[in-house]
Design a binder for this molecule. Structure first.
Ligand code: 5GP
Ligand code: MN
Length: 334
């Protein structure tokens, strides 16, 4: 019989943390503010309460989030150096993701490991690869869950943890603008500010740390927007040539994909990024309230949240992919 996902309470997760001493934390590919924020927020706290902790990720931290890694502690996975560590630590904590595929090569080290695995996340329908799960799909960010978890401990958290958690909340709520932002989100933000977070500083790091090349690329990406179905569907395209011209990598497009939603009539937006690997495309779906697009993303093998989902697809050409998506999308425009 297929084993069911073992959902646990945060009290249970706390009791596992209390009873073990060495931890590896890891998070998804192309890590965003919530991924890095939740990883470092928890990592700093574990060290503070006397645990051994390492953050080992499949991809490097993007530049605009490096300020959170104050002592340059995040390690980028290298099989020869890290595989054994995943087999030896007491517990592996996987944050802000719902399937092993999104751990890329770290996924093998995790699935081979016989050690305890705990997932803490806010995505719908996780894959069953871990021992214990704490999943809250109503909550806006994994960072908010980490704050709830830390509040169960007697030990107070430090400013480094506060900055990390605040960053994840800001990035995953669109600065308190997305639908899952609640009164509690603001109360947590208030507590983080009490612990020393300076909102204007975080805002500078996240939103005002672009390069000229990135801003130029953003301009070209905006120029590429095409509208379909009475201007309700927007498609933005970033090609390898555009990335080459800008001298940027495909991992340096954070924040681009919500832009087409700024158009009044647009309900659903799709950003297609042509990846280096021939015939492979990254899709980023974004939607306004009332137009859930997660099922649309899952048609293309992806997933995520109701209003922000993604996928990676292999397709012969950009044109055929676009035609397919336009055909499927018409069923999701409300
Ligand atoms: P983004 O478009 O920013 O890469 O991703 C938006 C959301 O979609 C992320 O929070 C993540 O949950 C989800 N997502 C992105 N790419 C994939 C993917 O390839 N597979 C799955 N299952 N979810 C994805
Ligand atoms: Mn998240």
């Amino acid at each position: 019989m297929k084993k069911l996902i073992d959902y646990k309470s945060l009290d249970f997760i706390k009791s596992r943390i209390d009873s073990y001493s060495s931890f590896i934390i890891t998070t998804h590919q192309s890590p965003d503010g919530d991924a890095i924020g939740s990883s470092l927020g928890l990592h700093y706290f574990l060290k503070l309460i006397g645990k051994e902790s390492k953050v080992i990720n499949c991809n490097p931290t993007p530049n605009y989030l490096k300020y959170l890694d104050v002592n340059n502690e995040i390690e980028v996975y290298d099989k020869s150096k890290h595989y054994e560590l995943f087999q030896k630590c007491d517990v592996i904590i996987v944050l802000d993701l719902n399937n092993l595929k999104r751990l890329v090569d770290v996924g093998d080290a995790v699935s081979d490991s016989k050690k305890e695995k705990i997932v803490i996340d806010h995505h719908i329908e996780p894959e069953n690869f871990a021992d214990y799960y704490y999943v809250d799909t109503e909550i806006a960010s994994t960072c908010e869950i980490i704050w709830n978890l830390l509040s169960l401990f007697e030990q107070d958290y430090t400013i480094d943890t506060a900055n990390a958690i605040y960053t994840g909340i800001i990035t995953d709520t669109g600065s308190f603008g997305f639908d899952r932002t609640t009164e509690k989100t603001h109360l947590i933000a208030s507590d983080l500010i009490k612990h020393g977070v300076k909102p204007h500083k975080i805002n500078e790091y996240i939103y005002n740390s672009s390069s000229l090349a990135s801003l130029h690329l953003y301009g070209y990406a905006l120029k590429s927007i095409e509208l379909f179905y009475n201007e309700k569907l927007a498609i933005m395209t970033i090609t390898q040539q555009m990335l080459k011209d800008a001298g940027l990598g495909e991992g340096e497009l954070d924040g681009f994909s919500t832009a087409p939603l700024r158009i009044d009539s647009v309900k659903i937006s799709l950003t297609i990024v042509e990846l280096k690997e021939k015939g492979v495309f990254k899709l980023s779906f974004r939607a306004k309230n009332g137009n859930p697009i997660r099922d649309l993303a899952s048609i293309f093998g992806g997933g995520g949240h109701q209003l922000a989902s993604g996928a990676r697809v292999k397709e012969t050409t950009y044109e055929s992919l676009k035609t397919k998506i336009i055909n499927e999308a018409k069923n999701y425009i409300i």
